[in-house]
Ligand binder design. Structure first.
Ligand SMILES: Cc1cc2nc3c(=O)[nH]c(=O)nc-3n(C[C@H](O)[C@H](O)[C@H](O)COP(=O)(O)OP(=O)(O)OC[C@H]3O[C@@H](n4cnc5c(N)ncnc54)[C@H](O)[C@@H]3O)c2cc1C
Length: 393
């Protein structure tokens, strides 16, 4: 039957596109991907030209195997497509010696522990050395950095498109501009109802990003909060542009002393007039992704410039452009990967909390292995929401 599939993937952002590609790659051709918009798009969590990738993961050592495998997969996809997806320019993670918070309190200590455990190349740089290598950064004397040469940035829109194109070439079906409305157990299968059609499938992957709370039981959605985020591109004083090129500037994450939010940024990838992308993280919760304010006020821009102007040198205060994006955040800034409590074969994959893009190809591969063979090479058990029950007891 044409409406009968072995696996349907809902949401073709970072996670959905990689899952669909990986399913098709292991020979699973009766797969369908359904996306409410036309992916890649700028309404979810996977847009804005760049995403940081790093191997030693400060949010938890359990993430490093995903990041390490993901770097291999990006290279495989680049080889297949001849596209430039991953720029390995190095990453500088700056902290106060008293410690600073990025997503989790012990981010820097955990980063270093993960680097040692997984044998990830790194250097610890003192303030004077950082100033010498990267004069754009204006550090306090008590700040230092972890430098990871294998870190860098990804082009998220291109990564998604490349994986969807490969999935399509492998025989996967892709339906854009179609929205999942409901799903239910139907005999041994799952019945999937969209605004355009009805389907029957053995396995259903829900990778709907910030729309996930609408699609899953309260048992899981209670742990997900959608937060509005803003990306800013600031103008560089022309004579200093060479210091901001990818050859001379790494990606950076900067934990600010006594602040729960840091800043992060990327080199100027669009030439001297394209600006430098810098952002912080906001904890402002929104009720629904469809209600999010996509306008950025002058006041927000002024506040952001005020935060960074004494940290990043050689900017002139002009904001060239902005973009609004969404985090879907859990209480411990981790992922939620679970099978549905009542409907067998439905898998809930929420991998954001502000750091999910880098892990998405290995996550897609692991989910494809899980639904096809019953287990994955990388253990996904640490991402079960049961860890929150343990915290509550
Ligand atoms: C500003 C910002 C900066 C970030 N920086 C980094 C970074 O530097 N490094 C990093 O690793 N990660 C970063 N992240 C996190 C990372 O981008 C996310 O973890 C990742 O993109 C989430 O992918 P996703 O597939 O879960 O969600 P999305 O990519 O948003 O995909 C979900 C898709 O589901 C679709 N959908 C929803 N509901 C339905 C439905 N009912 N029917 C059909 N389709 C549906 C949506 O339209 C969407 O396309 C950042 C996130 C943001 C917002």
């Amino acid at each position: 039957m044409s409406n009968n599939f072995s696996t349907i993937v809902i949401g073709l952002g970072a996670v959905g596109s990689s899952t669909l590609y990986q399913l098709s790659k292991i020979g699973n051709t009766k797969v369908l991907g359904i996306e409410q918009f036309t992916s890649p798009h700028s309404l979810g969590s996977s847009h804005g030209e760049t995403r940081i990738t790093r191997l030693a993961i400060g949010e938890g050592e359990v993430y490093s195997p995903l990041a390490i495998r993901s770097h291999q997969i990006w290279r495989e996809i680049e080889h297949k497509t001849q596209l430039n997806l991953f720029n390995q320019i190095g990453g500088l993670f700056i902290s106060s010696k008293e410690g600073s918070t990025i997503h989790v309190e012990n981010f820097f200590a955990t980063t270093l522990d993960a680097a040692k455990k997984f044998n990830i190349s790194h250097e610890i740089l003192e303030q004077a050395e950082i100033q010498k290598r990267y004069p754009i950064f204006n550090l306090d004397v008590d700040e230092y950095a972890y430098f990871e040469p294998d870190a860098g940035y990804l082009n998220p829109e291109l990564c998604i498109k490349a994986q969807l194109d490969l999935a399509h070439a492998n025989g996967a079906k892709i339906h854009m501009n179609e929205k999942l409305l409901s799903y239910e157990q139907f005999g041994n299968q799952i019945k999937v109802v969209t605004n355009k059609n009805e389907y029957f499938t053995d396995k259903l992957i829900l990778s709907a990003g910030s729309w996930m709370p609408e699609l899953i039981p309260n048992e899981y959605s209670q742990y997900l909060q959608v937060h509005r985020q803003v990306l800013y591109w600031f103008n560089i004083k022309p004579e200093y542009y060479p210091l901001f090129t990818p050859e001379n500037m790494p990606i950076f994450i900067w934990g600010i002393k006594n602040s729960p939010q840091g800043i992060y940024g990327f080199p100027a990838i669009a030439g001297a007039n394209g600006g430098v992308k810098i952002a912080t993280e906001s904890l402002v919760r929104v009720n629904s992704p469809d209600e999010i304010n996509r306008e950025v006020s002058n006041e927000e821009i002024a506040t952001m410039y005020n935060t960074i102007s004494n940290k990043i040198r050689y900017l002139d205060g002009v904001c060239i452009k902005t973009s609004v994006c969404m985090y879907t955040v859990t209480p411990d800034h981790g992922f939620i990967i679970n099978e549905h409590p009542e409907i067998r074969g439905v898998h809930i994959i929420s991998s954001c909390s502000g750091h999910g893009f880098k892990h998405s190809p290995a996550l897609g591969e692991s989910i494809a292995q899980l639904v096809t063979y019953g287990k994955s090479n990388i253990d996904l058990a640490p991402f079960s929401s049961s860890r929150f029950n343990l915290l509550n007891n």
